[in-house]
Structure formats: structure tokens, C-alpha cells
Design a protein around this ligand. Structure first.
Ligand SMILES: Cc1ncc(COP(=O)(O)O)c(C=O)c1O
Length: 291
């Protein structure tokens, strides 16, 4: 049994020890995975790109017709209380809203009080070794449902996908739907061709990471061309560089896919120059985009 963290959490208006917090077995989050979540990075006790995370939370809730239990200032004060109580300056905040508690039936029961839960933990960034050498990924068919645009707590497809990577000693599974790149099990995936950063377009097949808009901004700042377009398996396998982005990984270079080295020439199997510039730009953004 892993040891449970000795920290505080927020549950339905009450701050309490995480170990002791309990929800009803009739909570629709428990029975159906009927809820949404966000993971917000915290640097120096301040929330990175808070408004982007709130905007995505609002979109996910409205797609599932779950009322938003708090406005943005309400969320901020609730989350700040947890952040301030945690010993680490850099943290990963997790918040979740489920439809609430009701007798079990599939149809969306109206008028429920949503269940609100939040916790935070120390940030566990990628290791210096992973940044220096890049990481290994595997590919798999994207067998998940077709509403990857909703940041839902129903994550079994993503869990199955991630386990494929774990079983192969890799850090992430890159998913291909009908031969087209969608995303990783818990990250967005980017390729570099001829110096330009390319990612798949926003669609119902993938989650719009908060780092999607951020990458466009950082590319503009660094003078790197960028575009979102359909990317084939061949685009992935012949890329000069492959990158992952997510709240926890920030920007991370992929140097091996299905056992093959990524890239060409002297940079084959090594993190490339586009990664290096975007990583630096990301570190600068962390200093002035926190709330
Ligand atoms: C399926 C999936 N895609 C993409 C992302 C990246 O999103 P973000 O940049 O907001 O962390 C995540 C993050 O956890 C994810 O779970």
C-alpha cells in the first residue's frame, strides 16, 4: 500500500486532511467517471496560466452540462488556500468537479450539487537526465472515445494507453487515429520539420492543452514558424525533432520512438535546437505568467 500524503485538501467547501476526505459511493464521479478536472502548475506559490485553465474548465463543464460551482475569483481563493498551506513553492494543483450524488441511473440527473475536490502536491519535474538525453516513447492506435476535447475524469482509455509505455520502459504512448497523430496519453505531441513546429489541429479527438496556445506564443517570441495541421504517422517518424508538452512535463524532447532514434545527422537521438529555444522561453514565461 503506498503511503498517503500528509497534506490538506478541499472537499465541498471544507479544508481537511487529504487522508480523511470521503465522498459518497453514489457520487456520479465514482460510478460513471461523470466529472471533469484540471491540473494547474504552481511556481513560487503562484498559478501558471490560471485563466487558461479556468477557461478550459468552463468549456469541459458546459459540454457535460454540469454547472460551474465557483466563479474565477472563487476558484482562485479556494486554490490559493491549499497552495499557501503546502510546504513546497512549486506544486501541481489538481481540481475536480463531478455532477454530484444521486441514485444510479445513466441519464444526467438535473439539479444536483456538484462535488468539488482539490488537492496539491510538490511538483515532480522531469529529471535533468531526461532533459539532457530526451525520453523514449512508443506508439499505439488511439482506441479511446471520440470526445478527447473534454478533460473528463473518465480516463480509462488514457490509463490503458499509458500502461503500454510503462510496459516498454518508455515515458509516454503517442496515439495515432487512422494513421493520424492525435496526442499522448497525457500530453500534446509536436513535431519539427524544416525548423517549423507542427501540431495536430484542435478537434474532438484530442485535448486542447493549455500549452497549445502557449507554444504558439513562444514560437512567435523566438521567431520559430508554427502551424497546426493533420500530421501522418510518416510526419512523426521522419521528424527532425519530436516534443511533448503538458503541465507537468512543460516541454520535453522525445529522442526515441518505438526503439528508433528520432532526427537526422549529428542530432539523431539527441534533443534539438527548437526544443532548446522553446524550453528556455518556457522558463522565462514561468516568471511572468503566474497569478
Ligand atoms: C490527454 C491529454 N492531452 C494533452 C494534455 C496536455 O494539456 P496541458 O498542456 O493543459 O497540461 C494532457 C494533460 O494532462 C492530457 O491529459
Amino acid at each position: 500500500m503506498p503511503t498517503l500524503p500528509d497534506t490538506l485538501c478541499h472537499l465541498n467547501g471544507r479544508t481537511q486532511p487529504l487522508r480523511d476526505a470521503q465522498v459518497s459511493v453514489l457520487d456520479r464521479g465514482f460510478l460513471f467517471g461523470d466529472g471533469v478536472y484540471e491540473a494547474v502548475p504552481v511556481y513560487g506559490r503562484r498559478l501558471f496560466r490560471f485563466d487558461d485553465h479556468m477557461a478550459r474548465l468552463e468549456r469541459s463543464l458546459s459540454k457535460l452540462r454540469i454547472p460551474n460551482p465557483h466563479d474565477r475569483p472563487g476558484w482562485l481563493s479556494l486554490l490559493r488556500e491549499l497552495v499557501d498551506a503546502h510546504p513546497a513553492a512549486d506544486q501541481m494543483l489538481y481540481l475536480q468537479v463531478t455532477r454530484g450524488v444521486a441514485p444510479r441511473e445513466h441519464v444526467m440527473v438535473q439539479g444536483l450539487e456538484p462535488t468539488v475536490f482539490a488537492m496539491t502536491q510538490s511538483m515532480r519535474p522531469p529529471s535533468a537526465e531526461q532533459r539532457h538525453h530526451g525520453v523514449a516513447c512508443v506508439t499505439a492506435r488511439d482506441f479511446r472515445w471520440e470526445r478527447g476535447d473534454i478533460k473528463s475524469t473518465s480516463l480509462l482509455g488514457n490509463v490503458l494507453a499509458r500502461q503500454i509505455a510503462a510496459d516498454h520502459g518508455a515515458v509516454e504512448t503517442i496515439l495515432l487515429r487512422d494513421g493520424w497523430l492525435t496526442e499522448g496519453s497525457s500530453s500534446n505531441v509536436w513535431v519539427v520539420h524544416e525548423g517549423a513546429l507542427l501540431g495536430p489541429p484542435r478537434s474532438e479527438h484530442l485535448l486542447e492543452g493549455v500549452r497549445m496556445a502557449l507554444m504558439a506564443e513562444l514560437c512567435d517570441e523566438c521567431g520559430i514558424a508554427h502551424n497546426l495541421r493533420q500530421l501522418s504517422e510518416d510526419d512523426l517518424r521522419t521528424a527532425d525533432e519530436v516534443l511533448l508538452t503538458s503541465a507537468g512535463r512543460e516541454v520535453l524532447p522525445v529522442t526515441r520512438i518505438d526503439g528508433e532514434l528520432v532526427g537526422h545527422g549529428a542530432l539523431r537521438g539527441r534533443p534539438g535546437p527548437v526544443y532548446a529555444r522553446l524550453y528556455e522561453a518556457y522558463q522565462r514565461a514561468k516568471l511572468d505568467q503566474c497569478t
